[in-house]
Design a protein around this ligand. Structure first.
Ligand SMILES: [Zn+2]
Length: 504
């Protein structure tokens, strides 16, 4: 009897804790949204002070002995919890251990290091000066290696960081995954380059009035099935999506007058993320399960709209007359076939964020190999520019002229975000495998050819979005597609698509 009371009280206390954490998350999300969508720059100091307090509170709410004790009691009574509560407690324990096992002094020191390092990176990138950034990166890696020991890991010190973004993912599985990509995408790219077929995409760089781009983006979001009455769509320098609640999902894009594709594809990409967040089961509101299950699965939902749907022949054929009607000057003498080919032009680029659909995952493969080497000590920080450039040349056939366009291009490492990159490539591969399952039940080409996303968005919502974090990535993949991640489907998809476009 007494034990049962303990458990009821622990559950009540834990639920209160979760409410507080949710409120802090809500507040931080609004701070962030506000700061990148138009808050005055002059307020940055006051905002930073408030952000620091809020993030400190978040830590206080989660990392205290009472929470540890409550979770321990609830773990003992797992049989009496509902399915949802059990996953909630598992998630909470994971988040707790991630921080609580690290000595508080070291944790604070690390956060201060990250703040300094991000500022330093910006300057070093501008000056293209890797040696100046090297000590920061060295300290971050030394710290992360120590943190792996505190947290405990199996097989490889990189594994805890992979698991942070993709539950259950580890070096063993990712080595197999990237091996498949290396064996099939690198030769495919070589064949395309040898063929030398020229695809004209110059018309995307003509003049596209910004208000018309915005109208098209809003219409596109509606066609995709995003409910604008339960969200907010604005502009920011770097496009992003933030799911504050399933009934308050915010996303941004960025328009360039002389780059049609950049803004339009960003809208569709973020729209995919936003539709995921918007269709999570309202029963999960306010819990730690009310968000997408992992970075990789999230990315699969943005990529499936951006690449598998938007860049498909049937959809390009459907949307081209609509686009050409709105932007008649830039698309003079352009046919629907030219539009489709330009949407899928392959051109190895030095910069990851500018990469096309085929070469994107090669940029990620390079980063994965380097992260693994840095964490296990087989790659030295001082050798990084050399290693980076050699891999760029071997996979993409191009060499950066300086470190700003090479090893210094991404913000991630300066922010301590190790283990994050692989989710981009996983997203691409998940998307291809999910699309294959979708095709078994729905006439995908028929829907895209009519511009009708309702059956597609409906299927994805019912099979994936609805569950939030209730199912982990592996469970989603097995239940939706019938098997765990299998990179061959992604390679098949790319080979089929590019063999046709480039007449290989
Ligand atoms: Zn994304």
């Amino acid at each position: 009897m007494e034990k049962n009371q303990d458990y009821q009280q622990a559950l009540k206390r834990y639920q209160e804790t979760e409410k507080k954490i949710h409120a802090m998350h809500y507040a931080s999300s609004l701070f962030f949204w506000d700061s990148v969508t138009g808050a005055p720059k002059s307020g940055v100091e006051a905002r930073s002070m408030a952000v620091e307090v809020i993030s400190g509170l978040n830590h206080t709410f989660l990392i205290n002995p009472q929470v540890d004790e409550d979770l321990a009691i609830l773990e003992l009574h797992a049989d009496e919890l509902t399915d949802t509560q059990r996953v909630q407690i598992r998630e909470a324990r994971k988040n707790y251990n991630k921080i609580a096992k690290i000595p508080i002094g070291e944790y604070k020191k690390y956060n201060a290091l990250i703040t300094r390092s991000e500022i330093a990176w910006e300057q070093c990138k501008e000056d293209s000066d890797f040696p100046a950034f090297q000590p920061y990166l060295q300290e971050i890696i030394d710290t992360l290696r120590r943190f792996s020991d505190y947290r405990g890991y199996r097989d490889h010190p990189y594994n805890p960081y992979l698991d942070d973004y993709e539950e259950g993912m580890d070096v063993k599985q990712l080595d197999v995954f990237f091996d498949a990509l290396r064996k099939r995408i690198v030769p495919l790219l070589h064949r395309i380059r040898e063929k030398g077929k020229v695809v004209d995409s110059g018309f995307f760089q003509r003049k596209f009035p910004l208000p018309d781009q915005e109208t098209l983006s809003v219409d596109m979001l509606k066609w995709m099935g995003f409910d604008l009455s339960r969200g907010w769509f604005k502009e920011s320098v770097h496009p992003f999506t933030i799911g504050i609640d399933m009934d308050d999902v915010r996303l941004t894009t960025h328009y360039y007058e002389k780059d049609f594709l950049s803004g339009f594809s960003s809208t569709v990409h973020e729209g995919g993320h936003a539709i995921y967040e918007q269709n999570i089961d309202p029963a999960l509101r306010g819990t730690n399960l009310a968000t997408g299950t992992s970075n990789g699965i999230h990315e699969s939902q943005s990529r499936i709209y951006e690449n598998n749907f938007l860049r498909s022949q049937p959809f390009c054929d459907w949307i081209y007359p609509e686009v050409a009607k709105r932007f008649s000057d830039p698309f003079k003498n352009v046919t629907s076939a030219m539009f489709y080919r330009a949407m899928n032009k392959v051109e190895p680029s030095l910069i990851r964020v500018d990469a096309d659909e085929l070469t994107y995952s090669l940029h990620i493969m390079l980063r994965y190999e380097i992260e693994q080497g840095l964490i296990d000590g087989s790659i030295r920080v001082c050798d990084l520019p050399e290693v980076w450039n050699a891999k760029m040349e071997s996979y993409l056939g191009i060499k950066p002229p300086n470190d700003a366009m090479g090893v210094l291009q991404d913000v991630h490492w300066s922010a301590g975000l190790f283990g994050y990159f692989p989710s981009y490539a996983l997203g691409n591969a998940y998307a291809a495998q999910i699309e294959r399952a979708l095709r078994r039940e729905i006439d995908v080409d028929g829907c895209l050819g009519r511009g009708d996303f309702t059956p597609l968005t409906g299927w994805l919502s019912q099979k994936i979005h609805h569950f939030g974090t209730l199912k982990n990535p592996m469970e989603i993949m097995v239940e939706v597609t019938g098997e765990p991640l299998n990179p061959q489907y992604y390679c098949d998809y790319l080979e089929k698509k590019y063999t046709r476009i480039y007449d290989l």
